[in-house]
Design a protein around this ligand. Structure first.
Ligand SMILES: Cc1cc2nc3c(=O)[nH]c(=O)nc-3n(C[C@H](O)[C@H](O)[C@H](O)COP(=O)(O)O)c2cc1C
Length: 314
């Protein structure tokens, strides 16, 4: 099981807290994307690279850095920088659905342009000293875009193809289009990783039983809805609900503690706690209306008190 990249969520802070509480439960994570814009390539110690700093990542979940962009020279330079830092694989983000990103033929905006993808891979692959994997959706506008893209991907020595079976336009709404995943899977001649809407052990079992050809699964939101999901998949989660809740509550407390220790303003810390709370409240079985009401809490002190008040009940 691979932890999905989620900008602002599965960042270093989360990965470190998770590994401390549940060592070895998640084998590897793809880190949230590093964008090739904003001069990220020439500068080494900038904010974008802090998340993949090897020293800071020691004792955390092992990661594969991810790059978002469409500029071959910058991509190669960033991959070289990451290789220098000790990484042996980078992942190319071909799935980000954000309109302002996709409109510039980056992320899922490239999916409908297989010729452009080929041009980029032609320019990048021979110059890489690291393995390259890709993370894609079915398409940006239409799920059929994937069928023109697959022959292109098959022409390059990619380490894996992670497929989230939604379109960019779908964002995260509706359901994963599993029929298209089933059709695409045998056409891809690389290890294929399934990603999308695995929220429970039952969801996981359904996916691995239906798609026997997949090499692995990647899970994002499911790990925040239920931090014990990776342990449930491994068969190492506690049997009793009470104990499971206690473990989740301990993790939430760790995470909040780590956020409070950040060198950041109270406003930043408050919004970070709220970002996590939007998903993690489910792990503590808090009713949605109560969880949403908490998002209106105006100060860091009150928010912390409320969240820790809930978690300390377990
Ligand atoms: C808040 C948020 C941030 C995300 N950031 C990234 C990212 O940096 N790179 C990426 O490839 N996918 C990103 N994704 C997509 C996830 O990796 C994943 O494909 C998606 O959440 C579906 O998987 P899930 O149903 O297991 O969550 C993000 C998703 C969310 C909700």
């Amino acid at each position: 099981m691979i932890l999905a990249p989620m900008q602002g969520l599965t960042e270093l802070l989360f990965r470190r807290a998770y590994e401390r509480r549940f060592p070895g439960a998640i084998a590897v994570a793809v880190a949230p994307f590093i964008s090739l814009t904003h001069g990220n390539v020439p500068r080494f110690e900038n904010k974008a690279l802090a998340d993949v700093n090897p020293d800071a990542n020691r004792g955390s979940i092992p990661i594969i850095p991810q790059i978002l962009g469409n500029e071959p020279d910058e991509f190669v330079a960033m991959a070289a920088r990451l290789a220098q830092m000790g990484y042996d694989e980078v992942n190319w983000n071909l799935g980000c659905p954000m309109r302002r990103i996709a409109a510039k033929h980056r992320g899922s905006g490239l999916l409908a342009h297989p010729d452009e993808v080929r041009r980029i891979l032609d320019a990048v692959v021979p110059r890489l000293s690291v393995r390259l994997s890709v993370k894609v959706r079915l398409g940006h506008c239409s799920p059929d875009e994937i069928y023109a893209l697959i022959p292109v991907l098959n022409d390059y020595p990619l380490a894996s193809v992670t497929l989230h079976p939604r379109t960019g336009k779908q964002q995260y709404s509706g359901h994963p289009q599993l029929g298209h995943f089933a059709r695409a899977l045998p056409l891809i001649d690389k290890p294929v990783i399934y990603n999308g809407d695995i929220f429970t052990l039952a969801d996981y079992r359904t996916v691995v039983q239906r798609f026997t050809g997949i090499a692995d699964v990647m899970i994002g939101r499911g790990v925040l809805y239920d931090p014990l999901l990776p342990l449930r998949i491994k068969g190492t989660a506690p049997q009793s609900d009470e104990e499971a809740l206690r473990l989740c509550a301990g993790f939430v407390e760790d995470l909040v503690g780590d956020i409070l220790r950040l060198q950041a303003s109270d406003a930043v810390k408050l919004s970070k706690i709220k970002e996590y709370w939007c998903l993690l409240y489910k792990a503590l079985h808090v009713p949605e209306t109560e969880a949403r009401a908490l998002l209106r809490t105006p100060t860091l002190g009150e928010m912390t008190e409320s969240v820790l008040g809930i978690s300390s009940k377990f």
